[in-house]
Ligand binder design. Structure first.
Ligand SMILES: [Zn+2]
Ligand SMILES: [Zn+2]
Length: 163
């Protein structure tokens, strides 16, 4: 590992774990500086609740939960909302005799980006915007004639099918 930062909150002290056999890492981070490694400027908080166990022959077994809090824009209604991503985190880490700590930032980062949704949606039943007038349909109904639109598409489909 090249860019090792000392006093980093995500450094796991190997000697402590070997000595104690297992430790719990429970922490909440809400300062931008300590969340920077995640490379998502929308994040404002992260909770870590991990159990870290020493396994003979230079292994650490990590297991627990991570929670990420971010402000996102809903892909349907375009409103800002608070998104919470909860992840189960399980990793086996090998270390060498010369290591004093293992930094788990890149592992957390990897897990985060593998699990972020393709599209952020404020709630499962978000009604989105009317695609005719742009009204946020979660807040009020509009009087647009949705039928007209489906006829419009029906005409197109009919034409395509004829050709
Ligand atoms: Zn929405
Ligand atoms: Zn409308």
């Amino acid at each position: 590992m090249s860019n090792i930062k000392k006093n980093n909150a995500f450094n796991i002290n190997i000697k402590d774990i070997v000595r104690l056999e297992d430790i719990n890492i429970k922490n909440s981070f809400s300062d931008i500086e300590s969340l920077k490694f995640l490379d998502d400027p929308d994040l404002f908080k992260m909770n870590v609740d991990l159990h870290c166990k020493y396994v003979p022959n230079n292994f650490l077994f990590l297991d627990g939960k991570l929670q990420f809090f971010s402000k996102k824009i809903c892909g349907r209604c375009l409103e800002e909302f608070e998104h919470i991503l909860s992840l189960d985190f399980t990793e086996d880490l090998k270390f060498s005799d010369s290591d004093t700590f293992i930094n788990i930032e890149s592992l957390i980062n990897e897990n985060y980006w593998l699990n972020v949704p393709y599209v952020y949606v404020c709630k499962d039943d978000c009604k989105g915007l009317c695609d005719i007038c742009g009204t946020n349909l979660n807040k009020k109904q509009c009087s647009c004639d949705k039928e007209k639109k489906s006829y419009f598409f029906k005409d197109i489909f009919d034409k395509i099918n004829k050709n």
